[in-house]
Design a protein around this ligand. Structure first.
Ligand code: SAH
Ligand code: SF4
Ligand code: F3S
Length: 443
């Protein structure tokens, strides 16, 4: 067989959030439609896509390193097409070409649906292509999706963000909020159910704003209720909800639902009102506390996770102490903690009082050790109980063990019994607890 007849292959590398993972699935779908097959390794691939994130500098550094590594593959195969897609592509555009001459394509977040066409063009002309629109006026047309996971599917319900938290680059690289019509989302949910998916995660930067971009549009609670009625889906999750827009209607819809999981991910970001105000978060610590109280009252046993940034410009020791106090008081099941990262173009990047790295690191350490203690204590309370898990498959590190998640989104590992199948709901008795994992026995 000569080279032209060999099936072409693609390899993808994804950084960043769940939205980006879903974007990669939609990029892959377009390559599949062109006849490409997926390969696990970059070596030998005909197309390599790096789907990027720019939320923090640390992510960008890693990605630049990865793009640099691909240079040697281009040297050994001049026909290789290397594409950089996603948020960093949107932000840095032609700067990426200058920095990495071996990159053939820079594709912005609003241009994702053009990949198939552009790959065909590059194949013909061997020219470089920059496709970055500033803003998508409308929803991009649907594209085929190749899902890696066969049990759990990402389902985008809206794109973009209008919140402009002062530290955050996302609204600049993802554009304004655009909600998908309710019927379209529900139709896709039903389709996924008929394909055998058991779990759906509804995606958006701020799912509670769903529908607010259009008058008369269904809101997030309406959408949750509608997706809950889809037969065949065992579990529904959503990411991410903003505390400012979380409301009683949503909590009540979750409480009355059959399938929406009792897990609330509500990023607090900071415990100090002065910091929250400077971040433009639109709530105070007191509002957040009462929201948590309302959730715990309505749905006992619900889990609560959060995101926290340490070292926002101007954060004093006292302000940071407010974060520690709040974390100690609320007892989150888990917290994703970040060092503040200066993102040029965002208002906070120009604020006075930028915090030295050493101080940020020391604060992060204190916060993490406090949170880890809480996570472990909460998980220990579960030892001896029986809990429903959705079987996700073999444990990553040990083929004799199986892995699943509770409705509250905790990872559970147990010795393989042999009767459990991926996609089943099973009952596991919890025998031991760690900070991030529970260990148990299949009942
Ligand atoms: N839209 C989601 C999350 C977006 S980014 C939300 O609003 O919850 C995920 C997390 O990254 C944020 O919650 C925040 O904690 C963190 N983050 C965003 N920008 C950051 C920055 N400049 N430095 C450090 N952490 C940041
Ligand atoms: Fe960023 Fe705030 Fe939008 Fe989340 S809500 S993506 S933190 S601007
Ligand atoms: Fe990163 Fe873009 Fe997601 S900046 S966190 S990949 S929206």
């Amino acid at each position: 067989m000569n080279d032209d007849n060999k099936q072409k292959s693609y390899h993808t590398i994804t950084y960043g959030c769940q939205m980006n993972e879903n974007d990669t699935e939609r990029l892959a779908g377009q390559l599949k439609a062109l006849g490409y097959a997926e390969t696990d390794r970059p070596d030998g691939a005909d197309v390599i896509l790096v789907n990027t994130c720019c939320v923090r500098e640390s992510a960008e550094k890693k990605i630049h390193g990865k793009i640099g590594e691909l240079k040697r593959l281009k040297a050994s195969n001049p026909n290789l097409i290397i594409g950089v897609t996603g948020c960093m592509a949107q932000k840095d555009r032609d700067k990426l070409f200058k920095r990495a001459p071996h990159v053939d394509l820079v594709l912005g977040t609003h241009n994702l649906h053009q990949l198939g066409e552009i790959i065909t063009d590059i194949g013909r002309s061997r020219g470089r292509v920059l496709a970055v629109w500033d803003q998508a006026e409308r929803l991009a047309p649907g594209v085929p999706t190749i899902r890696k996971n066969k049990i759990s599917a990402w389902l985008p319900i809206m794109y973009g963000c209008n919140n402009f938290c002062t530290y955050c680059i996302v609204p600049y690289v993802r554009g304004r909020e655009r909600s998908r019509p309710l019927d379209e989302v529900v139709g896709e949910a039903a389709d996924l159910a008929s394909q055998g998916f058991r779990e759906l995660t509804l995606l958006g930067q701020n799912v509670n704003s769903y529908g607010k971009d259009e008058q008369g549009h269904a809101d997030f609670a309406d959408l949750l209720a509608a997706v809950d009625r889809v037969e065949g889906i065992a579990r529904i999750r959503y990411m991410t909800s903003h505390p400012r827009d979380m409301n009683t209607k949503v909590i009540d819809t979750i409480r009355r639902s059959r399938h929406i999981c009792e897990h609330f991910h509500l990023p607090i970001q900071a415990g100090s009102d002065a910091v929250l105000r400077a971040m433009n978060r639109g709530y105070t610590a007191a509002v957040y506390r009462s929201l948590v109280a309302e959730i715990r009252d309505a749905i006992p046993g619900a889990s609560l996770t959060t995101d926290i940034i340490v070292g926002f410009p101007g954060e004093t020791d006292e302000m940071f102490a407010d974060t520690l106090d709040l974390v100690e008081e609320i007892r989150f099941d888990a917290a994703y903690t970040f060092l503040y990262s200066q993102r040029s173009g965002t208002p906070a990047a120009d604020l006075p009082g930028q915090i030295p790295l050493a101080v940020k690191k020391e604060r992060l350490q204190r916060l993490m050790s406090l949170q880890n203690e809480a996570s472990l204590a909460i998980n220990r309370e579960l030892v001896g109980t029986e809990t429903e898990v959705l079987v996700e498959g073999e444990s990553k590190n040990d083929a004799n063990k199986m892995m699943g998640r509770t409705r509250t989104n905790k990872i559970v590992i147990w010795d393989r019994h042999g009767s459990e199948r991926t996609g089943d709901l099973a009952t596991v008795k919890i025998d031991a607890a760690q900070t991030w994992v529970l260990k148990g026995t299949l009942v």
